[in-house]
Write a protein that binds this ligand. Structure first.
Ligand SMILES: [Zn+2]
Length: 101
């Protein structure tokens, strides 16, 4: 049986919620220094409708770093602000919705 998305009513494989969510959200990227001067990159604002676990997986792979996902906030080890936009755009997030500070 095909699973139906409760939000848009389309079968899961045709569901457009994630695409819409990616286009609507404003993503904020910042970098903070943690204990012992280690930098981490924080990515906030990714919608709950987006498969955040997959986003984290792809980011870790493409940036070759460790990372965690907590309350829809992605935390990556290291300062990746220079490259993160390119990677997020490749994952389907619109460039003008990504704010890197
Ligand atoms: Zn849907």
């Amino acid at each position: 049986m095909t699973e139906i998305c409760p939000k848009c009513g389309l079968p899961k494989d045709l569901c457009i919620c994630e695409t819409i969510a990616k286009e609507e959200e404003k993503i904020r990227v910042s970098s903070v220094k943690k204990r012992y001067g280690k930098a981490v990159t924080i990515i906030e604002g990714i919608s709950k409708d987006v498969d955040n676990k997959n986003v984290l997986k792809e980011l870790k792979k493409k940036l070759a770093c460790g990372g965690t996902l907590k309350n829809n906030v992605i935390e990556l080890q290291g300062d990746h602000r220079k490259k993160i936009k390119t990677v997020l755009v490749k994952l389907g997030f619109p460039e003008d919705k990504i704010e890197v500070s």
